[in-house]
Design a binder for this molecule. Structure first.
Ligand SMILES: [Zn+2]
Ligand SMILES: [Zn+2]
Length: 364
């Protein structure tokens, strides 16, 4: 079969908002990779802003080798599809942090494509298929990806609300599922923000016995309860902190920095419990007191986004249970304003940028 030139078009030009390692983001045009037989081209309608985007575009995780277009909570409409694509033109899809993998290794075949050594992140990475083409994310008008990593958005979820599920949603859903959040388990969520507000809702949907929201101030006490928390702990309130000692079977740590007190965190975890790290610190090492690991069988784990199957499962579960991010929308035409609001920690709880194409979206 001869390959149609339509699927090898390298003349297309996409426009996005790029960083060279510091703000502001600047308009940047580029040629996407050729549309492969399994690929889709997606007209972006929405893209959320995550802490990882901020750490990348501000240079917090180090210098950027090339102009970087961030954005990994992407929703849009398929406008072109290769002949073997799993998605069709006109379909509304979501794209998260990982957009390709080898498909054959142990991790890929067990549903952990995000751990594949040949995976590609949606931005600031290259395709490891021999092409070495740079990947560019969703702060843009269009994106091309392997359709296996373009997920079906259930009609119950609005496109704007779907966007944060592709990172904040799956990042919190995966560890709660993996570590068995549900009846008989006490789940803690440290940090009530973009990730934490979804983690509380998932834990409630999984019917965990107790859902403890932990924050450094009282400002989110009422909201945490609205989200489904059964208990709220202000970590600066010694009495509340003490009452929660050694109580949590699973504690999700949604953010951390150089001042994070690891012994205080571990102190919340019950014997045999697990502290799960969900966000990469901007420092290379962390100092963990070993006594609790040995004397109380506490584990420290990490969890990175989710594989293909669990990501689709998470979206379908959200549709069924009503778990939704709380968002504010801002225009992508002024991405620096949206990034600023995110960096100031103002949104409750996620900023989603909308492109002009969002207005053209018919109810899907
Ligand atoms: Zn993210
Ligand atoms: Zn693989």
């Amino acid at each position: 079969m001869s390959t149609s030139t339509k699927f090898e078009d390298t003349t297309a030009t996409f426009t996005g908002w790029a960083s060279s390692g510091s703000l502001p983001l600047k308009k940047f045009t580029y040629h996407p990779r050729p549309l492969g037989p399994k690929d889709v081209e997606v007209e972006v309608t929405h893209c959320g802003i995550c802490g990882s985007d901020v750490s990348t575009i501000t240079g917090g995780w180090g210098p950027l080798p090339a102009p970087c277009i961030a954005g990994h909570e992407i929703v849009g409409t398929v406008v072109a599809a290769g002949p073997q694509s799993l998605r069709h033109v006109g379909e509304l899809v979501g794209i998260g942090g990982v957009i390709n993998s080898c498909g054959k290794c142990k991790d890929c075949t067990r549903g952990f494509q995000q751990l594949c050594t040949k995976k590609s992140f949606v931005f600031n990475d290259i395709y490891h298929d021999g092409s070495n083409i740079e990947t560019r994310g969703g702060f843009a008008d269009r994106i091309r990806v392997n359709s296996e990593f373009a997920y079906r958005i259930p009609p119950e979820i609005s496109p704007a609300e779907a966007a944060p599920l592709l990172c904040a949603g799956i990042t919190t859903y995966t560890p709660l599922k993996h570590f068995g959040a549900g009846p008989g388990k006490r789940v803690g969520v440290m940090g009530i923000g973009g990730l934490g507000h979804l983690a509380i809702q998932w834990a409630a949907a999984f019917k965990a016995d107790e859902i403890v929201a932990i924050s450094t101030s009282d400002s989110k006490r009422e909201e945490a309860k609205k989200l489904g928390a059964t208990k709220f702990v202000n970590s600066r309130n010694e009495e509340e902190r003490k009452a929660a000692r050694h109580s949590l079977d699973i504690l999700l740590l949604t953010s951390n920095d150089k001042d994070t007190d690891w012994s205080e965190l571990i102190d919340y975890v019950a014997n045999h419990g697990t502290l799960v790290l969900l966000a990469m610190p901007e420092i290379p090492t962390i100092a963990v007191p070993p006594a609790a690991l040995l004397m109380r069988h506490v584990s420290i784990a990490g969890s990175l986004t989710g594989g293909r199957e669990i990501t689709q499962e998470m979206l379908d579960f959200a549709a069924e249970t009503g778990v939704r991010p709380w968002i504010i929308t801002m225009p992508m035409s002024d991405p620096n304003a949206a990034v600023k609001v995110t960096m100031e920690g103002r949104p409750r709880y996620r900023v989603v940028m909308e492109t002009e194409a969002a207005a053209r979206l018919k109810k899907h």
